[in-house]
Design a binder for this molecule. Structure first.
Ligand SMILES: Nc1ncnc2c1ncn2[C@@H]1O[C@H](COP(=O)(O)OP(=O)(O)OP(=O)(O)O)[C@@H](O)[C@H]1O
Ligand SMILES: [Mg+2]
Length: 232
């Protein structure tokens, strides 16, 4: 059986017989504020701390300091994993951008950093936060072809990738990337009376026998965990 990468969301790894197969390209999709970034960082943080697996987080939306402050609030002190987790934001990428006269091709720059950092730091898990921003920056000509190429390139890298994506408000809308990805984890905010509950589901995970049920997602100040949806 293929080796697995744990999400370190208590209960979820058990639902996927141990986690996500190494080498997969997985979409983490959800509406704003559904904890996509927190869950992604949580994967890097715990894999580095517990198993010495290195990770790279490319944050195109949120600045590095803001992201790390938020993670500190969730009980994850970046100082603990400084060696194992590299967080790179737009400011960093801009500063290290090759100076040339021509207009910058962001997709090229993005790929260059992902490849260079793989050679230098040898990370095994990559987070791309987020696909909509990467697309916006790189002005894709043909979305279909460009995404096909991006996913193909990521699969050849022999790393496990989590791509943060937008969720469609209509559940019947399917994105191009949904077909290209090896897995899809969806994050949902569900109104329960006057409360809003966070929920999570594994929509697709190639090569894994998993439940497609909705689970309540909780954070106890230290760890994420799931329970059966309250109200079911
Ligand atoms: N200490 C905390 N404990 C529990 N929930 C928190 C804590 N700190 C922040 N949150 C919640 O997490 C949400 C933001 O999480 P996060 O940034 O990971 O979501 P996101 O899906 O990446 O958001 P965006 O779409 O803006 O990028 C906040 O809206 C807040 O409700
Ligand atoms: Mg985010």
């Amino acid at each position: 059986m293929k080796e697995k990468i744990k999400t370190y969301i208590e209960g979820l790894d058990e639902q996927m017989t141990g986690g996500i197969p190494k080498g997969h390209v997985v979409l983490l999709s959800g509406m704003p504020g559904t904890m996509k970034s927190s869950i992604a960082y949580n994967i890097l943080f715990n894999n580095a701390r517990e198993r010495g697996i290195k990770g790279l987080y490319i944050s195109l939306e949120q600045g590095r300091d803001s992201l790390l402050d938020q993670m500190f609030g969730l009980g994850m002190d970046h100082n603990e994993v400084e060696e194992g987790v590299n967080v790179v934001d737009m400011g960093y990428l801009r500063m290290h951008m090759p100076h040339s006269g021509e207009s910058q091709d962001w997709m090229k720059i993005f790929r260059m950093y992902v490849e260079n950092l793989k050679a230098s730091m040898k990370y095994e898990i990559l987070i791309v936060d987020s696909l909509p921003v990467l697309e916006m920056l790189s002005a894709m000509e043909s979305r279909r072809t460009d995404l096909f190429e991006l996913f193909g390139w990521l699969k050849e890298m022999e790393i496990t990738t989590f791509i943060i994506a937008e969720a469609a408000t209509d559940i019947n809308i399917v994105h191009e990337e949904d077909f290209l990805a090896d897995g899809i984890i969806k994050l949902i905010k569900e109104r329960m009376g006057t409360d809003v509950q966070r929920q999570i589901m594994v929509d697709k995970m190639r090569g894994v026998k998993h439940s497609t049920g909705l689970y309540t997602l909780m954070h106890d100040g230290e760890n994420f965990r799931i329970t059966k949806v309250i109200g079911d």
